[in-house]
Design a protein around this ligand. Structure first.
Ligand code: 13P
Length: 288
């Protein structure tokens, strides 16, 4: 098992009964924590990094770590570039062996998004990799990018986009946003239902942090097959690290050793990913 393709993982989801969790990582501990959770739960997962994070975590350094971590497992793990915006970065991810890339053309008019996505698909397919695209615009801020407003996905545009590009997965904007919500988000379940009725490719929900559990379950039942979680990964890591430091352990004995300092963060990511795997219903699906 081990390294898997996005399309294999998403096509194994039958009857809208579960979704694959896609977790953003920005260092080795986060990647290893997420993968330990997947192994414990015998669940397939995706580990991903967004282009907006690469200033801190260069793809040429973190990419091979993600690839090695994914190959060295007993469960299927896809390695994905999240919110790719430039051909240069997309090409680098493909060169490193990432099994899929997202091209985020949501800022372009429909025709241009279609044309650019087709270019990315042609390139990715030459590497045997899959492509996720976005139609409409998920709100909030991802990495170094500025916050943007939500632009709900139009059903007609989603249908046209999916048919024209034959993309492997399509991120739709149904009221979610990247980052922490100021108030509980209200997902446009009605819009998701309409999109799912017209679009046959697997749908992706971005902005997975802070969405109430019942809405997540409803979205899965309507055809969301991949759910992205970033902010909660960071919060879990930061909270555990802060607690460790506040307890003064970093100053005692060999508590300053990076192995001790970063271990609680990795453990916290593992616990958080386990919670998500249970919520998304992908526990025990490694063999499907
Ligand atoms: P959150 O940061 O809201 O979890 O969103 C993650 C995401 O959609 C990454 O693409």
């Amino acid at each position: 098992m081990a390294l898997a393709k996005l399309s294999e993982l998403l096509s194994s989801v039958k009857d809208n009964s579960y979704a694959i969790g896609s977790f953003n990582v920005s260092n080795m501990e986060m990647a290893m924590g997420a993968i330990k959770a997947a192994e414990k739960m015998q669940a397939p997962i995706i580990i991903q990094i967004a282009e907006g994070r690469l200033r801190y975590s260069p793809l040429e350094i973190l990419g091979p770590i993600m690839m090695a971590a994914a190959k060295n497992t007993t469960v299927p793990i896809a390695v994905h570039l999240d919110h790719g915006g430039t051909m240069e970065t997309i090409k680098l991810a493909l060169e490193l062996g990432f099994t899929s890339v997202m091209f985020d053309g949501s800022k372009y008019p429909l025709e241009e998004n279609i044309a650019r996505t087709k270019e990315v698909i042609a390139l990715a397919k030459s590497y045997g990799a899959d492509v996720e695209a976005e139609i409409g615009r998920v709100g909030g801020a991802e990495g170094d990018y500025k916050a943007v407003d939500i632009a709900l996905t139009s059903v007609e545009e989603a249908k046209c986009f999916a048919e024209e590009t034959k993309v492997d997965a399509l991120a739709v904007a149904i009221g979610t946003a990247h980052g922490n919500y100021k108030e509980t988000p209200k997902l446009r379940i009605d819009r998701l239902k309409e999109i799912a009725a017209e679009v046959s490719c697997p749908l992706v929900l971005h902005g997975g942090t802070g969405i109430p559990d019942d809405m997540i379950k409803k979205a899965i039942s309507l055809g969301v097959a991949k759910i992205n979680v970033n902010t909660e990964c960071q919060l879990a890591f930061a909270d555990a690290t802060r607690k460790y430091i506040e307890a003064g352990k970093d100053l005692e004995g060999k508590g300053f050793d990076p192995r001790k300092l970063l271990a609680p963060g990795a453990e916290a990511i593992k616990d958080m990913v386990i919670t998500k795997i249970k919520l998304f219903g992908s526990e025990g699906k490694a063999d499907e």
